[in-house]
Design a protein around this ligand. Structure first.
Ligand SMILES: Cc1ncc(COP(=O)(O)O)c(C=O)c1O
Length: 346
């Protein structure tokens, strides 16, 4: 459905003409041997944005998070993350199987937990698991929480709690650029508050492939070794890295437009009887909402929306997610709202 208003995720974005041109012109080499100039340029630029010593280009955020966890921990260790985080959810089979760590999930509104929660989890781990916590991870923005921004002050307190226990603090910054644009917090502040940080190029930034993991030189060397062991070594990856570098240079400021369209969508939804925004007000590009209907036809909702050319992400119906991105403007939001109003009315 090529003309659909596709709100399922910001991963559905297609490369822009400028990005395609940059990719076509990219100088490439064997990146597994460290010889791809475009990959190196992306890694150096990424490290400098966050004030880190080094960075590595990965095929996906899942692999970058896994390599971060593996680099910071040893089999049998415990890590702490929000219960609804990507690491504790979709990635947990990978981290538990391949890094052999257990995850203690902690809760907080919109996935935002506190330093006290972290200290409690650190204290509880030996009792609950006969192991110690060796890593804390926070997700910013928090996807399943509805694109919530982790406040910098909370991150600083968590970092300090981690420091007291000599535990590293990892940021799953899959959508860290959304967080920075929405909050005005600099990327270097996010870099400073974390020991390692992962961000995705293939989400709101609109690149076709890849994520970057940044940290100290030693940490990145270790993560790179893990990545190579599990088949993450790429060859002429500069073709896709060039798309990522283009995105970092041209697609960051425009994320504010996605936040505006997401707010417009949320405002419209709030005016539709039975629709409830979860964890509002919407801060970034993710709108989490629920249809509070008692209709027995509930499961047909998404299908009817699809017939109207609007695609939504089912988060366990009646919970739904809509994500705005560079393929969605005000016209598409208006179209989606019209379709939702019609389908709900029937
Ligand atoms: C918060 C978060 N972390 C990590 C990932 C994993 O990224 P990838 O899809 O590139 O593996 C995602 C993907 O949706 C995500 O939302």
């Amino acid at each position: 459905m090529s003309d659909a208003v596709d709100l399922r995720s910001d991963t559905v974005t297609l490369p822009t003409p400028g990005m395609r041109k940059a990719m076509a012109r990219a100088k490439v080499g064997d990146s597994r041997r460290g010889e791809d100039p475009s990959v190196r340029a992306l890694e150096e630029h990424s490290a400098s944005l966050f004030g880190k010593e080094a960075a590595m280009f990965f095929p996906s955020g899942t692999m970058a998070n896994l390599c971060a966890v593996s680099a910071w921990t040893r089999p049998g260790d415990v890590i702490v993350a929000s219960s609804a985080s990507h690491i504790a959810g979709r990635e947990s089979p990978a981290v538990s199987h391949m890094a052999s760590v257990a995850i203690i999930g902690i809760d907080g509104p919109g996935g935002i937990f506190s330093a006290e929660d972290v200290a409690d989890a650190i204290a509880a781990a030996p009792v609950r698991t006969e192991s110690k916590v060796h890593l804390v991870s926070a997700e910013n923005t928090h996807n399943a929480g509805g694109g919530t921004v982790f406040p910098l002050a909370a991150l600083k307190r968590i970092r300090s709690a981690c420091g007291k226990a000599s535990i590293p603090f990892h940021l799953d910054g899959s959508r860290i650029f959304n967080a920075s644009v929405a909050s005005g917090v600099s990327l270097s502040s996010y870099g400073k508050v974390s020991n390692s940080l992962m961000f995705c190029l293939s989400k709101g930034l609109g690149a076709p492939v890849g994520s970057v993991l940044a940290g100290s030189r030693d940490f990145v060397r270790e993560a790179r070794n893990v990545a190579l062991r599990i088949g993450g070594g790429m060859r002429q990856a500069g073709i896709v890295a060039a798309g990522g570098l283009y995105a970092l240079k041209h697609h960051v400021e425009r994320l504010a437009e996605d936040h505006e369209t997401a707010r417009m969508l949320a405002d419209g939804l709030e005016n539709i009887p039975g629709m409830e925004i979860i964890n509002g007000p919407v801060e970034t590009n993710i709108v989490l909402f629920r249809w509070m209907s008692t209709s027995t036809e509930l499961p047909a909702f998404r299908e009817r929306m699809r017939e109207r050319g609007v695609l939504l992400d089912d988060r366990g119906f009646p919970l739904l997610r809509a994500v705005t991105h560079l393929g969605i403007g005000k016209k598409e939001v208006a179209q989606a709202l019209l379709a939702i109003r019609d389908v709900v009315k029937r």
